[in-house]
Design a protein around this ligand. Structure first.
Ligand SMILES: [Zn+2]
Length: 307
């Protein structure tokens, strides 16, 4: 089965400042990782694709006019969305490139060119309809979902968010939507940004029951995450029967990450990736987009041969 990897060298320009946890450094090692012998040996199964920035109309399908006016303004001058999210001039253009990468991933799957796509990109899940923050400006996950829902018969999408922080922006956008099932594993919001993502937050109106928050206590381990996966994520996915699964998260739930108090190991992440891939095989003919972002310990971000 062919897998695509969507990547652009300009991803490294998504850098929020030299003393900020989100620098572009994480992307610099990736071309070396792509050339590693483990991947080279599977060359015939992997295709590399280069994205273009998403059109403005695709961004406007997700975010409000007023918020985008603000974003476009600070893209010219530089500015700040929230205290933790300084915006250097030109960052919006790079955010659009990440959104374009996800759109390309979605199109490759919707047009049956591949079944699985990995985007070592962003997953800016703290950006909601009219807000940003938490290092996020444009919700590139939702931009992709809306693009597919508009142009392809891909209508039911399951979004699995295993980042250490709750994907409050993605949930905000789909809180009343029955066609996008948001399942979110994250550290207990009583103990971590963004202070949202409690188990009782389950969606509203037609979307009620289509947001599922699984807060994990600080110290939660590989076994705890796998238990949540087996006991909740697996059965709800079988019940929902999505057309596509999109999973986002990086490595910030890792035991050595400075921004969370979770205790996942690299083995735990690998186990979760395998479980998500197996799940996609069971429920949506293996159609899976994996958006990898986050992770704030430079010793844990991908490097060739690291286990
Ligand atoms: Zn995070």
């Amino acid at each position: 089965m062919k897998t695509a990897i969507v990547f652009h060298d300009d991803f490294r320009k998504y850098a929020l400042g030299s003393d900020h946890p989100f620098t572009g450094e994480r992307y610099k090692h990736l071309p070396e990782v792509f050339g590693h012998k483990d991947l080279s040996a599977r060359k015939s199964e992997i295709t590399f694709m280069r994205p273009k920035p998403a059109d403005e109309a695709c961004i406007e399908a997700v975010h409000g006019e007023q918020y985008l006016g603000f974003i476009r303004g600070i893209n010219e001058t530089g500015g700040m969305i929230t205290l933790d999210t300084p915006i250097p001039p030109g960052l919006y253009d790079i955010a659009r490139l990440f959104a374009g990468a996800n759109i390309l991933a979605g199109r490759l799957i919707a047009e049956n060119m591949v079944r699985r796509v990995v985007v070592p990109g962003l997953g800016a899940h703290h950006a909601g309809y009219d807000f940003g923050g938490g290092f996020c400006m444009i919700n590139d996950i939702a931009v992709m979902i809306e693009y597919l829902r508009k142009y392809y018969p891909v209508q039911k999408i399951m979004a699995i968010d295993y980042d250490a922080h709750c994907g409050d922006g993605t949930q905000d956008i789909y809180y009343d939507c029955p066609d996008v099932l948001c399942v979110d594993l994250h550290q207990d919001p009583m103990t971590l940004f963004p202070g949202k993502g409690f188990a009782y937050q389950i969606g509203v109106d037609a979307g009620q029951g289509h947001t599922i928050n699984l807060p994990m206590p600080p110290g939660a381990s590989d076994e705890d995450f796998m238990r949540a996966f087996q006991e909740v994520i697996l059965p709800v996915a079988m019940d929902f029967a999505p057309d596509l699964i999109v999973a986002n998260g990086g490595l910030d739930a890792h035991v050595d990450d400075p921004l969370s108090q979770l205790r996942l190991s690299i083995n735990g992440f690998q186990q979760m990736m395998r479980s998500i891939a197996d799940l996609s095989q069971k429920v949506c003919d293996s159609r899976l987009i994996l958006i990898l972002g986050g992770g704030y310990n430079p010793k844990v971000v991908p490097a060739p041969g690291r286990r």
